[in-house]
Each structure stands twice: as C-alpha cells, then as structure tokens.
Design a protein around this ligand. Structure first.
Ligand code: HEM
Length: 420
C-alpha cells in the first residue's frame, strides 16, 4: 500500500484543522506525519490543497505561471447580499502586490523597492529605538505586564504609521479596519459582524484615498507620497485603485506579523533559560536568534496560490482552479532541511533558510524592517527589564487563526529597576 492511499493517511487528513485548539498550540507532530504520509493533500474542511514539504513549497513559490497569486486571498464564499451591498461602495476588486503576478507584480514591486529601500529603513533605527524605549518607560516600574498588548503590538504599529506618513493617533482605528479586512476574507463570521467589517473596509479605502489625494497636492517625505499614481500627478506607475489597495495592505502586513515575531520569539527565549542568558551576555547573537524564532514560530503559518492548469505536485495530481495552502509552518520544520527541527537553537547554522518571509518574487519586501524592529525590540527589552520571565499564574494566549500564528497575550514579570 502506498502512502497516498493509506487509511491512516486518510484519518490524518480528516483530522487536519489548524484552527483546532491543540493544533493552534502545537501543530508540529501532525506535520511530521503529513510530510511522510500525505505531503500534498486535499482538505475538504477548508477546500484547500495543503502542501507540507519544504521542497514542494519552494517549487510552488518559484513557478508563478502554474501557481498564481491573483485572487489568492479573496473570500471563497459569495458574500451575504447585505455585505455585497455595502461593498458596492468599494473598488470591485482588491488589487495589491502580494496578490499579483508578473508583469503587474514587477511594475508594483519596483515602487515598493524604492519605498522600503535598505537606506530608508536603516535611517529609521534611531526613531524605532526611541519608540521602543518610550513604550518601555510607560510600564517599566510596574514589574509585570502583557508584552504583546503593551509593547509588541504598539511598536510596529507606530512605525508603519510613521513610514506611511499617517498620524500615530490613527493607529488604533487603522488596526480595527485592518482586522475588518481580514475578517471579510474568510466570510465565516456571523452576518452582523461581516456587515460591520464591510463598513470598516469601505472606511479604510476612503481613508487612504483621501490621504493619497492630500499627498498629490502636497507631497511629503513619506511612503504614501511614493505611492501617489501618475494619474493623480504622482510618480507611481499604478492605478489609483492599486495605490489605495497597496497602502491598505502595507498597513496590515507591516504590523501584525512583526508583533508575532516579538511575542512568539520572546516566548521561545523565556522558555530556554540557557539561551536567554547567552543572548543577554552577547547581543550579537540576536540577529541569528531572530531567524531561528521566525523558523520555529513563523508569524504567517501559510499562504495561498491558485492553480492555473491541471498539474502534479509532490506526485499528486491537482486540478486547474484548485487553491493551494503552502504551509511555511510545516516547511520550517522539515527534517530534510533542519536537523532536529523541534529544537530551538539560536546558533542554528541553517536558520536563515526558513520560509517565514516566503521565497521567490513574493519574498517579503518588508523583511529588512521586520528584522530591524525585531533586533531593537530584543536589545531594549532584555537590557531594560531585568530578570524578565514568564508569569506562571497567567497563561500566554495564542491567536486561533488559519493563516497567522502568534500570541494575543504574553504575561511577563521582571525585577523593577531602581529609579535613576
Ligand atoms: C516578521 C514580520 C513579517 C513576516 C513574517 C512577513 C511574512 C511575509 C510573507 C510570508 C510574505 C510572502 C507571501 C507570499 O508568499 O505570497 C510577505 C510578503 C509581503 N510582506 Fe511581509 N512579513 C513581515 C513583515 C512585513 C513588513 C514589516 C512589511 C511592510 C513594511 C511587509 C510587507 C509585505 C509585502 C508588501 C509583501 C508582498 C511582497 C510581494 O508580493 O512581492 N511585511 N510577507
């Protein structure tokens, strides 16, 4: 009997549910078996073809003609009539970098390359550090707190506002709208909630359209100005619709994921006392520790692709029109690439091979910023919060999402430093 038609394989596939509490907590034992027995399979529960091996994921990411990103994040289900009615006020389609293929992707990516250039990002170091320290000043004398809610959420949120050029005071509002946008993608929430989110989505579009119009009249030194399309008097070779959608996506992509890197990474480190001490003694270990954190606890569990022709992947036939779920979370634990993959090892030589930022043409364009924010966050938290530790009386709480991995709450304590 082959692995493909084994009964245990079928049971395994039926049990696959990344949103079930035990698989939110620790999905990795299941992936070990999936990679061996059913590396590519159809999940009827999610109507997705799931890809679990590192090499198969890499093959998908390299072949953008066979595996398209267009519409990859669109809701599968037809929206409720009430939701559809509200969304008539929005653009008919959401068109952003991550959901495009060449040549559109090449054209838009060039604008992002300039907007998020290494020089522009490196110049932000002092302001990122000042922001991190300002947040820590707000709670350092408390001796305990929630590292995600009080720090990991706010730091990237403020920085993406600065980068875009919108007021930090708008961050909470934008975050609410960004959550609305995410909720609409799955179309599984109760109708009242979907209706509310549709209003939020329309408001977010309107917000960025107005900001782009302001920039077209009065350019500034910010990312929104670089996104102003030529049709509005700007320099970006894209339509108004593309500029608005990309500004919206940048806000979403630019904060939640880095929040999870800081929260998930700190959870790993605080659970490994010897490695925690090593990093404190030698902060030059932080960059590789960040890569290992991204490997072990990837903030994006997986991403989607549309199959454009009948094809074969990992020996499995997949029909045209199928939607793939390429699971970075599993690829990052593939034993053929990462020896002893469940071990968290800040000195791991091959850590940087992880798939947490994707691969190929869609490789995360915000990776340099995420790495910089992550490094500064760990440098400042570990120096300013002495004896930082997890709280035993309050559990850390993970977010139960199909696509995203991370903590909503990370209760910690530290020794209150003497006031200077
Ligand atoms: C730890 C933090 C982050 C993680 C784990 C992450 C993860 C990812 C992944 C996996 C992709 C590729 C998706 C695919 O394969 O289709 C991606 C693309 C992207 N990311 Fe990030 N990201 C992070 C931070 C950021 C930041 C800070 C920004 C913006 C400033 C950003 C903006 C983008 C954009 C615009 C794309 C689309 C790139 C393209 O399609 O060419 N990301 N990210």
């Amino acid at each position: 009997m082959t692995a493909q038609n084994s009964r245990s394989g079928d049971e395994l596939v039926a049990a696959f549910n990344p949103m079930a509490p035990d698989q939110v907590e620790n999905p990795f034992p299941m992936y070990v078996r999936l990679r061996q027995e059913r590396p590519v399979f159809y999940s009827a529960m999610f109507d997705l073809w799931v890809v679990t091996r590192y090499d198969d994921i890499s093959e998908v990411e390299k072949d953008t003609a066979r595996f398209s990103s267009v519409g990859a994040l669109d809701a599968r289900a037809e929206p409720h009539p009430e939701v559809r009615n509200i969304l008539k006020q929005a653009y008919p389609k959401f068109v952003s970098l991550v959901q495009s293929d060449p040549p559109d992707h090449t054209r838009i990516r060039a604008v992002f390359g300039r907007a998020l250039s290494p020089q522009r990002i490196a110049a932000m170091e002092p302001s990122i550090r000042a922001t991190a320290n300002g947040l820590i000043d707000g709670f350092v004398q408390d001796g305990f707190g929630d590292l995600v809610q009080q720090f990991a959420f706010a730091l990237p949120g403020f920085i993406i506002c600065d980068l875009l050029g919108v007021p930090r005071a708008d961050m909470q509002q934008l975050k609410g709208w960004s959550d609305d946008k995410t909720l609409l993608m799955s179309a599984t929430a109760p109708i009242e909630q979907q209706v509310e989110s549709a209003h939020g989505f329309v408001a977010m579009e309107r917000y960025f359209k107005e900001k782009l119009q302001e920039r077209s009249k009065k350019p500034r030194e910010d990312l929104l100005t670089l996104l102003v399309p030529q049709s509005m008097g700007g320099t970006a070779p894209m339509s108004e619709q593309e500029a608005v959608c990309n500004a919206m996506d940048l806000f979403s992509a630019g904060h939640e994921t880095t929040t999870s890197l800081i929260g998930g990474g700190m959870w790993l480190l605080l659970n490994s006392p010897e490695q925690l001490e090593a990093v404190k003694a030698d902060p030059s270990l932080i960059p590789n520790a960040l890569e290992e954190m991204l490997r072990k606890e990837p903030p994006v569990r997986g991403f989607f692709r549309q199959v454009t022709e009948d094809t074969t992947l990992g020996g499995v036939s997949i029909p045209k029109g199928a939607r793939l779920f390429i699971m970075y979370e599993s690829g990052n634990h593939d034993e053929t690439q990462f020896p002893d993959p469940d071990r968290f090892d800040i000195r791991r030589a091959e850590a940087k091979k992880h798939l947490a930022f994707g691969k190929g043409i869609h490789f995360c364009v915000g990776a340099p910023l995420a790495r910089l924010e992550g490094r500064i966050a760990f440098e400042q938290l570990l120096t300013r919060l002495p004896n930082l530790r997890l709280r035993e009386d309050e559990p850390a709480v993970r977010r139960p999402y199909l696509m995203l991995r991370g903590f909503d709450h990370l209760p910690v304590a530290w020794d209150v430093p003497a006031k200077k």
